[in-house]
Design a protein around this ligand. Structure first.
Ligand code: CAO
Length: 559
């Protein structure tokens, strides 16, 4: 075991390459090939891998330092691979020429294709030529992967705009455009393995435009309005101005497409992001010049997982345990009817989606019951059964008209309330096949006799499974009467998207204090459940009071 100094390896003669990231800390245990620091030139970033496994005992490099081959990066206590000369040959051969190629200005490329004149009288000397841009010098490296295509056919690029990003195991490099022009064809795609000299794309150049674009790229990216200033238009020929406009448009298009031209990230970070299936565009870079580090990628993934967990925790329901009841005694299992299954789904949907509030009251229906009794003979003649239900429907219709919030639905987008100018009321009917809710249409327009007859017919159809779908649609409100069963009250579940439901329990004769004495009165227990997103407590109180008053004194229903 010995302490060895690790130096910057052969980086192709490049000097003053900036340290943009220190990947380790004193005390870290590193393995061979672990990244130690990241260096960055104008056009490429490069991770310097460790030639040794061991413990980092000192770090000489500082973020922001300019370094060159032979500069000491750090010290490692451990065994070096391939001898003590830690600065020698620790970087793959391909890396140095890549840096070299990127550090130098792009070379002129040979023109291919036919020159042809531009049809402009402003500048007859201008010519458009096609130029094939090739993979630049990559040293001895072969089969370098194209990891990003930064441009598309039709894009206008300026000198130095990134065309593609190549990646080896240890470095990534952006290949800049050697000229300004319009891309007319692309010869490669992401994932291709390339080597020096292979065609990347074809660039259509306009020589005079290039001069303008290359000399003043910033000006070229200005808005159309700026380019169209009176002063400019006097100096810049019309076709040049339009090229600048196209360039500005294309630049912003690349941004809007989210192409990866502005992402600063080293190869290991890009690899990590690919392995994790995330796009680096979404990751905030916290390194120098917003460079994305491994920690940034990990933080992004951590946050995404946390957000997902929080989100699902809010929405998911704890699962009911599957219990083998036969362990505790004899059981028999019967499948739910089709209606039973549908009811289960609808009840759960309504219960989970609608914030229910249930309010209770009693209506003194003594007079109503006297009146109803007085109608029995006539009902017999009409071959009808007259129960409290038609009166309840009539009172509800009046209350719905008086309090329109109850005759409404929350719009599916949750942003508005739909008020209904019709009064259709559903009536819950118990059948052997399950609960069904036929709808009595236009309750407000029908007489007590008509309502009694219609409820009877609909209940009969329901019990014989003869209801049409239309007869079960369009309700604004529902009445669920368990009056003939018993019970003093229950909390009915709203039949969404309706916003309220009336639950009716069994009337009882009760002693009621009239101010002087207790008198026997027939009291009908009622419960109204309402959707608290649409209806507040005061609304409900007013609606309920109106309804109870109407049942207590049915003369009020004709007011
Ligand atoms: N208190 C006391 N007696 C009542 C009553 C009440 N609130 N409501 C009705 N009754 C009486 C009726 O007056 C009738 O007695 P008479 O023949 O002596 O007058 C008797 O109970 C039977 O009435 P009914 O149930 O046949 O008729 P209805 O008009 O009251 O109801 C219908 C019709 C179809 C709604 C009913 O038969 C029904 O199916 N109810 C079940 C609704 C249901 O399942 N709701 C729960 C849904 S959520 O699970």
């Amino acid at each position: 075991m010995s302490i060895e100094k690790i130096c910057v390896p052969d980086i192709g003669g490049a000097e003053n390459v900036e340290v943009i990231e220190i990947c380790v800390a004193i005390g870290d245990e590193v393995a061979i090939e672990d990244s130690l620091i990241v260096l960055e030139s104008d056009k490429a970033s490069m991770e310097i891998p460790s030639p040794a496994a061991g413990i980092v005992t000192a770090i000489s490099a500082v973020v922001g330092d300019s370094m060159a081959e032979g500069d000491v990066i750090l010290s490692i206590e451990g065994e070096l691979v391939g001898g003590a000369d830690s600065s020698a040959d620790i970087v793959e051969v391909a890396q140095a020429p890549m840096i070299e190629a990127l550090a130098s200005e792009p070379e002129e490329q040979s023109l291919v294709g036919l020159d042809f004149p531009v049809g402009s009288t402003d500048s007859p000397s201008l010519a458009v030529v096609n130029e094939t841009v090739e993979i630049p010098e990559l040293g001895e490296a072969e089969n370098i992967e194209v990891i990003e295509l930064c441009v598309g056919v039709g894009d206008v690029v300026a000198l130095g705009d990134s065309l593609i990003v190549l990646e080896t195991d240890k470095a990534s490099m952006e290949v800049p455009s050697p000229k300004a022009g319009i891309i007319t064809a692309i010869a490669i795609k992401e994932g291709d393995m390339v080597q020096q000299g292979m065609p990347i794309l074809v660039l259509q150049l306009a020589a005079a435009d290039n001069t303008i674009i290359n000399n003043d790229r910033e000006a070229a990216s200005q808005s159309d309005a700026q380019v169209g200033d009176a002063g400019d238009s006097q100096q810049v020929p019309r076709h040049q101005k339009s090229s600048s406009n196209v360039l500005a448009a294309a630049s912003s298009e690349r941004v809007s497409k989210g192409l990866n031209t502005s992402i600063y990230a080293g190869p290991s970070v890009r690899r990590l992001s690919r392995e994790m299936g995330i796009t680096l565009e979404a990751v905030n870079g916290t390194g120098p010049r917003a460079r994305i580090t491994k920690d940034d990628v990990k933080a992004y993934v951590k946050n995404a997982l946390k957000a997902k967990a929080e989100h699902s925790a809010g929405l998911s329901l704890p699962v009911m345990p599957a219990v083998d009841f036969s362990k505790f005694g004899d059981v028999s299992v019967e499948p739910l009817s089709k209606i039973g299954k549908l009811t289960a789904v609808n009840m759960q949907r309504n219960w989970l989606n609608i914030p229910h509030v249930t309010q209770f009251d009693e209506a003194d229906v003594t007079d109503l019951e006297s009146f109803r009794s007085s109608l029995k003979a006539e009902a017999l003649n009409r071959q009808l059964k007259i129960t409290p239900l038609p009166f309840l429907l009539k009172a509800c219709a009046a209350a719905l008209q008086e309090h329109p919030k109850f005759n409404a639905s929350l719009h599916a987008d949750g942003q508005s309330v739909v008020f209904k100018h019709y009064v259709h009321i559903g009536v819950a009917v118990n059948t052997t096949a399950g609960l069904v809710v036929p709808v009595v249409k236009d309750v407000d327009k029908k007489s007590i006799w008509e309502l009694a007859q219609e409820v009877d017919e609909l209940a009969d159809k329901a019990k014989n499974r003869k209801l049409s779908p239309q007869q079960m649609q369009g309700a604004c409100f529902t009445v669920s009467s368990l009056g003939n069963m018993g019970g003093t009250g229950f909390t009915p579940i709203i039949n969404g998207p309706e916003v309220a439901i009336l639950g009716v329990s069994k009337l009882q004769t009760k002693p009621v204090w009239n101010g002087e004495e207790f008198i026997a009165r027939k009291m009908l227990p009622l419960a109204v459940s309402y959707d608290h997103r649409v209806i507040n407590g005061v609304d409900a109180g007013q609606f309920f009071t109106f309804l109870v008053q109407g049942l207590t004194d049915i003369r009020r229903l004709v007011l």
